[in-house]
Design a protein around this ligand. Structure first.
Ligand code: SAM
Length: 277
């Protein structure tokens, strides 16, 4: 990534490679492990609440879920179309925190959802709130597995998922782990399955947050990483309705190759005048 970036102390790096060399070293496993421990350590000190996992911006939850739902509906229809009703839909919520996305969105569309999250008190809060007793899950829409792991150490089960949801957590992964996570996770998608990545976007290059050890990448930076993963960028959409002082947020739908068009969404475009039948 040949574009300059900044850290939260205002220090400039001429490119991402220079920043990663300084922060995690080159092949220095101990330095990298410390980087990841500090990231998780930050979240271990945060309250297990919507406001906590949204960095004090709990009020954006409704707009976030609304934007995600509209995007997900388009993708489900494009990728599964008429098959949708017959599919037993399974999703993975990555860096799930307290299960905010699972509870407010994924469980309404998927029969099973798995959560992967490295901070145990977040995952425990998710386990307590996603129960039949409080009406969030049922026999047809339930959480199947809670994995307490960081993404760089998680290899999802092959061929299990229709959708892998990655929101506001991939900034914790260094580029090499980002790539190996997606490469492994590609094998865990069912045929026709896809990723949704929803993230803050830097105006250019990257911005490194020293407090929680995360990096906000630009749209171009993400696109270069998608290429290196061998992922196809099928669609993207900007999140609307967030306060102006926050980073812009984008949703990316990523597939392995071009999805097959299904009969329900196929349109025939003609450049000639034609009778409407
Ligand atoms: C901003 S919160 C977002 C939580 C959730 N995705 C949501 O949208 O409500 C960031 C989450 O990333 C998790 N996280 C930190 N390091 C991680 C890592 N290496 N792998 C996966 N998740 C990580 C944190 O514990 C926290 O739950």
């Amino acid at each position: 990534m040949e574009v300059a970036g900044l850290d939260s102390d205002g220090k400039e790096f001429k490119n991402a490679e220079e920043m990663w060399r300084e922060k995690i070293g080159e092949g220095d496993q101990q330095k990298k492990t410390e980087w990841y421990q500090q990231g998780v350590g930050y979240w271990e000190g945060i309250e297990a609440s919507v406001d906590g996992v949204l960095g004090g911006f709990g009020h954006v939850n409704d707009a976030d879920i609304k934007g995600s739902e509209a995007f997900l509906q388009i993708l489900l229809s494009d990728c599964f179309g008429a098959d949708l009703r017959n599919r037993h839909l399974v999703a993975l919520d990555c860096g799930s925190g307290i299960g905010r996305v699972t509870k407010n969105l994924l469980l309404r569309y998927f029969n099973e959802v798995d959560l992967v999250e490295p901070v145990s008190h977040f995952l425990e809060a998710a386990r307590e709130s996603l129960t039949p007793e409080n009406g969030t899950v049922s026999d047809l829409h339930k959480v199947a597995n809670f994995y307490c792991l960081p993404l760089q150490e998680f290899t999802p089960e092959a061929g299990r998922y229709d959708v892998i949801w990655v929101q506001w957590c991939i900034g914790h992964l260094a580029d090499d782990d980002f790539i190996s996570f997606f490469k492994h996770a590609m094998a865990s998608l069912k045929p026709g399955g896809f990723f949704i990545l929803k993230e803050n976007i830097a105006r250019s290059g990257f911005v490194l947050d020293e407090e929680d050890r995360s990096i906000t990448r630009s749209d171009l930076y993400f696109k270069q990483l998608f290429n290196r993963c061998g992922l196809h960028l099928y669609k993207s959409k900007d999140q609307r309705g967030f306060p102006q002082n926050l980073f812009a947020v984008k949703m990316y739908a990523l597939t392995i190759g071009m999805p097959k068009k299904n009969s329900r969404t196929r349109k025939v475009y003609s450049h000639k005048p034609a009778i409407i039948k």
